[in-house]
Write a protein that binds this ligand. Sequence first.
Ligand code: SF4
Length: 298
Amino acid sequence: MQQLAYLQAMDIAVWVRRTQPKPVLSVQAVTEPLPAPMPAPSVAPAPAPAADLPDWEQGPPAYLDEIPLEQMLLDTRVPLFAGPEVDESDFLDSPPDPKLLRAQQIAQLDWSELAARVVACRDCELHRGRTQTVFGTGDAQADWLIVGEAPGQEEDRLGEPFVGRAGQLLNAMLQAIGLPRSSVYIANTVKCRPPANRNPLPEEMACCGPFLARQIALVQPKLILVIGKVAAQQVLGASGALNALRGQTHRYAATSTPVVVTYHPAYLLRRPQDKAKAWADLQYAQQVYAQQAGISRL
Ligand code: SF4
């Protein structure tokens, strides 16, 4: 009976043989006589359990009627309660993934909170070499969002993306399709300048990614123009050559926003013969945008 009292204290359900009166699981029950059994109620027997109910809702299996209650309690092979299977690890407190938690926090920020978070950010090694963070610039409700790679020397100095010669060329390219710089939003995959203008490392882009993702979510552009291979890798998760990514409409996974890929203006400054291809990319982007925005003629 001690086991019975223990199980009762633990609030553990115990199946009782149908042919015996239900034992009273208390110390008092050992010393006091059992009350006279109640007359059997004149109600119809309970219906047989439905065949499609899970085993644990159909009551104790019949073979348990053959096992004395005391043995049932002592024999650990007999299930006292056969409930749905649960994984023991479900009850263990696993700490939340800090990266996921950080991304979820960033995804809740408004513009001013996001900008402040970036300014204060030291979450990857790139913060060591920066003069200042380069957040992004332009129309916060733009239809076109331009994503570049990383701040260079001039961007790091001025705190604005795409300044200097590459920036001037980008401005001219946008102007050629009727988009003044102020009418688009421009951001980079990472907000701090990599040392010696090297490409940002995958772990640096992954760390800074939630900031860009939040910028995209806040702007809600109709088209994302990705500039250069590194930015394409970050926005699309694509690892192919830039040429293989040009001339087609990709989708930004989180929002299904159309994405068009073209050359980085810094590359075009080194290979001006590819400017014609970049021009074709911009015209293609215009068509994709028009389709997305429901515009028949630009
Ligand atoms: S690159 Fe991004 S994640 Fe890294 S320190 Fe700068 S703002 Fe933070």
